[in-house]
Write a protein that binds this ligand. Structure first.
Ligand code: ADP
Length: 626
């Protein structure tokens, strides 16, 4: 599927290098169309067959006016000829009728085959594009999702993709059929009578000019329409995601107004598109009928002067009637092409995004032995233009040990959690696991070794078991129960009517915040990863349950390297080392006993959370190991 994209299949992008590969070539709509055609040519045999059958359909289509012309001439002869001649003519007319029937049948048959093949190609192409797009989204990094709204990505993946696919279905083969019909017809008409052929095709330059203008205007309108539709999807997605906030603040009216504005904008652009198309098509149709009248007037003069027969005039007129349908489709072809150009640009923009880490793509799998995680003078910035979110961070933590990270919001705690599984890459320094720079190992093996349990839990609309076993769908019932019991959620699950088979609604609706977090913890540890990072993972768990959770996690964590990020000091005060982060720097580090007495930020936090409980401050062992 990667053939559809210009970049090779790789790993996740570097925050800086993941940028839109700007394509000046796309400023010219033809570049998009030619790219679509190139992809469609992967189905070259079917495409060739569709074109051949379309050609045959055109040949039989053009034969019809000729047969009709001959019939009119023959019928005319009946009025003048003698009885013997008349009998021959009647037989000739019967033969012509048979040929007409055969031509019409064959035309229909070839048109059907050509139509079927075109639709098949369009659907196959749509499927390829969809897979390539989804595949690309799976490979993009967090920075990409930070920058592009998921509503926008959905619009591109659904509406824009349909716009590009629709071009293959509606425009490509129709355009080919029109060109073939007009060319074969023109050849035939010119072989009959050049002045009449010129009059018959006199509307073609007008058609070309109007169609070109219409295409340009429609392109602009489609681009604006797709953008408006993306905004609509974004508004709707945010509204549904944040439905509780919306209802809690009784903001439905405000939301409806927001949606209305976006909807009206989309309607205005759609209207503009319809007007452009209607004006364009009316002009083309007027030109067409004007040419028809001219053929009739000029043709009758030519018949009177004896240059052509009545049958030949009929042939010209019938040919024009046959052209009527494809000419009417010019509007659809132009509209479809214009949509494909604007949609194709938006779709290819994503498909062409550079995949990162080309320079340092992990070559070998990570095999964790001693479970030593080291940060060596790490700095990181989310954006080259922004100040560093982390600066000079160094620490080391081994298997069986726990590192606690605490500090004010925005200090950089979650950023540390994001760097270890390489959601983002460090800007300076390095991170190693058992001495291997994490950029040198494959992402897959790294992510198998490292598990991040986040505060914000995402649960799939699936059973409890599937949600917990998400990292390892083959996990046995024992693993499931062990992980759930360690995460203090097993008892709750067994009380549910369906047990582990109970279906959890979208995003875990029906579960409390604490229960969702405990399910997420179970998911994080089911595969027994070597390194587990809890990023405020139990913030919503009540204090009594958290007390048990701390104990079971500590017991289960003997062979794990653990990092606990928490606002709640009770969650991490048992850690072997605690680092205090403030504005991206480590401002204090040590064990709880030292830090709580040091009089710094940690002491302040400690006092704020535990009040002036002297006895606790002096001997906190009691609840560290509780
Ligand atoms: P903490 O977890 O300590 O609250 P974070 O690690 O989330 O802090 O954030 C550290 C800094 O990085 C903050 O200044 C925050 O604004 C910034 N930051 C966090 N996430 C992103 C992001 N996705 N894009 C840009 N800046 C970010």
């Amino acid at each position: 599927m990667t053939e559809l994209t210009s970049t090779p299949a790789g790993e996740l992008p570097h925050p800086v290098s993941a940028r839109v590969a700007h394509r000046n070539e796309f400023d010219n709509g033809w570049a998009v169309i030619s790219r679509i055609i190139r992809h469609v040519l992967r189905y070259r045999w079917r495409f060739a067959l569709a074109t051949i059958t379309s050609l045959l359909a055109s040949v039989f289509n053009v034969a019809i006016p000729r047969l009709l012309g001959r019939s009119v001439d023959a019928a005319h002869a009946l009025t003048t000829g003698n009885s013997v001649e008349s009998e021959e003519t009647v037989q000739f007319l019967a033969a012509l009728a048979g040929l007409l029937l055969a031509a019409a049948t064959l035309r229909g048959l070839f048109q059907m085959i050509s139509g079927y093949l075109s639709e098949f190609i369009a659907h196959a192409y749509g499927r390829d594009l969809r897979i390539a797009y989804f595949d690309k989204l799976q490979r993009m990094g967090f920075d990409f999702h930070d920058r592009i709204h998921s509503g926008d990505l959905i619009t591109r993946g659904m509406l824009d993709l349909e716009g590009v696919r629709g071009f293959v279905e509606n425009a490509m083969q129709r355009f080919i059929a029109l060109v073939l019909l007009a060319s074969i017809g023109a050849l035939l008409l010119f072989s009959r009578d050049t002045p009449m052929a010129l009059v018959t095709l006199s509307f073609v330059p007008l058609l070309g000019w109007r169609a070109g203008r219409m295409g340009l205007t429609l392109r602009g309108a489609w681009t604006r329409l797709q953008e408006r539709l993306a905004i609509l999807t974004r508004v709707m997605e945010e509204n549904l995601e944040g439905v509780r906030v919306v209802r809690a603040f009784s903001s439905q009216r405000f939301e409806i107004a927001k949606f209305d504005t976006a909807g009206n904008d989309a309607l205005a652009v759609a209207n503009e598109r319809i007007v452009t198309r209607a004006i364009g098509m009316s002009t083309i149709n007027a030109g067409y009928y004007f040419a028809m009248v001219a053929v009739l007037w000029f043709g009758s003069q030519r018949v009177a002067a004896g240059y052509i027969s009545i049958g030949e005039l009929t042939e010209f007129l019938t040919f024009m009637t046959i052209l009527q349908m494809p000419v009417r489709q010019v509007g659809m072809i132009m509209n479809s092409s214009a949509r494909a150009i604007s949609s194709g640009k938006r779709l290819y923009e994503i498909l062409d995004m550079e995949l990162p880490f080309e320079a340092r793509k992990g070559t070998h799998d990570l095999i964790v032995t001693v479970g030593q995680l080291r940060f060596e003078n790490v700095s990181f910035s989310y954006d080259v233009a922004a100040p560093n979110s982390l600066e000079g961070i160094s620490f080391e933590v081994k298997r069986g040990q726990t590192l606690g990270i605490v500090g004010p919001s925005g200090g950089g705690k979650s950023t540390i959690a994001h760097l270890i599984p390489r959601f983002y890459d460090v800007s300076g320094g390095r991170i190693t696991i058992d001495g291997h720079d994490i950029r040198d190992v494959t992402l897959e093996s790294l992510r198998r070794a490292v598990s991040v349990v986040q505060q914000d839990v995402f649960l799939f609309d699936d059973s409890v078991a599937s949600n917990v076993a998400y990292p390892d769908p083959d996990a046995g019932a024992d693993d499931l129960v062990r992980a759930a019991a360690t995460a203090q959620i097993h008892d709750y699950v067994t009380e549910l009517a369906g047990g582990y088979r109970t279906r959890i609604g979208e995003r875990g609706v029906g579960l409390s915040g604490g229960q969702r977090q405990r399910l997420s913890i179970a998911r994080g540890i089911i595969e027994e990863p070597s390194i587990v990072i809890y990023d405020d993972a139990s913030s919503a768990v009540d204090a009594a349950t958290e007390h048990h959770l701390r104990r079971t996690l500590r017991e289960a964590g003997h062979s794990t390297t653990t990092i606990i990020i928490s606002h709640r000091l009770a969650s991490l005060m048992h850690a072997d080392e605690i680092i205090v982060l403030d504005r991206g720097h480590i401002v204090e580090r040590g064990r709880h006993e030292e830090l709580s007495r040091a009089g710094g930020l940690y002491s302040t936090l400690f006092l704020a959370q535990w009040g002036a409980r002297e006895e606790v401050a002096t001997n906190s062992d009691e609840w560290i190991h509780a």
